[in-house]
Design a binder for this molecule. Structure first.
Ligand code: GTP
Ligand code: MG
Length: 251
């Protein structure tokens, strides 16, 4: 069994990709379960096998605890952690090959608060995990923007202590493939940065960050994905398959 958390900035397409990639896996005759862990979601494009909203909702927390929307999202993340044993027991009981976990949209609340990393730690004690980190193709298409996107994916990986495959999602919205090439080719990105007419300090900072990125994730490739044309699904599947076969797992 492989647990696949979908993580990424708000609106990057986690829910849509989890639903659509889940269909793709089911078409390949894998047993797939979808877990919605976003208590703030109003609409889901898939039928969840587990829905955190059966236990609590962000809107209810606001009313009950007389707190604002952001505090309620933080509270929801704590409540997910409090329920983690129950969630994990249910996951372990299923016969699934893949459990796709649709995580709350506010990445900073889940990934950069202790409850998020504690939840992931428990998850990884019980099963094999490989996350998918989404960068929206609608992210700021500037060279420093790419550096920030790559750093963010690394920061989440460090914070949650889990392997992540980074995808450039909504690739159907890309006007050119340059965006993807820049993410996958540090040399191209370096050239682009050095040609920018921006403050030297900022460019130096971006270039130094690029050196770290090259050192930490030398071989990691960013895959372009889209729910519109299913671009990248086979590649994503192959990568997930590769990671787990290399650990001697048969799923
Ligand atoms: N063009 C295009 N739009 C997409 C794609 N995937 C998702 N979207 C759109 O992006 C918007 C946000 O998608 P969601 O799946 O709700 O994103 P999310 O990351 O789950 O959002 P939060 O959970 O609120 O952070 C929706 O309007 C989707 O229809 C894609 O591959 N291509
Ligand atoms: Mg979502």
């Amino acid at each position: 069994m492989l647990a696949v958390p979908f993580l990424g900035p708000a609106g990057s397409g986690k829910t849509s990709l989890a639903g659509s990639f889940g269909e793709f896996l089911a078409e390949k005759h894998y047993n797939v379960k979808l877990y919605n862990l976003d208590a703030g979601a109003e609409y889901l494009p898939y039928v969840p096998d587990f829905d955190i909203r059966d236990f609590f909702r962000v809107s209810e927390i606001m009313k009950k605890e007389h707190i604002g929307p952001n505090a309620s999202i933080v509270r929801a993340s704590q409540k997910i952690y409090e329920m983690s044993n129950q969630i994990l027991e249910q996951m372990k009981k299923t016969e699934a090959d893949f459990i796709l976990l649709d995580f709350p949209g506010q990445l900073e609340v889940f990934a950069f608060k202790p409850t998020g990393s504690m939840f992931m730690e428990k998850l990884q004690c019980d099963m094999r995990v490989c996350g998918i980190f989404l960068l929206g193709a609608d992210t700021s298409p500037t060279a420093p923007g790419f550096i920030v996107a790559l750093l963010m994916s690394m920061a989440v990986q460090i914070q949650l202590g889990t392997s992540l495959i980074t995808v450039l999602h909504k690739s159907d919205m890309l006007k050119s493939k340059e965006f993807l090439e820049l993410l996958n080719n540090p040399e191209l990105l370096r050239n682009k940065l050095t040609k920018m007419e921006q403050s030297g300090v900022i460019i130096d900072l971006a270039l130094d960050s690029l050196k770290i990125i090259k050192r930490i994730r030398p071989a990691a490739r960013v895959i372009a994905t889209s729910i519109i044309n299913r671009e990248g699904y086979e590649e994503l599947f192959d990568l997930l398959h590769e990671i787990f076969c290399s650990c001697g797992d048969n799923y």
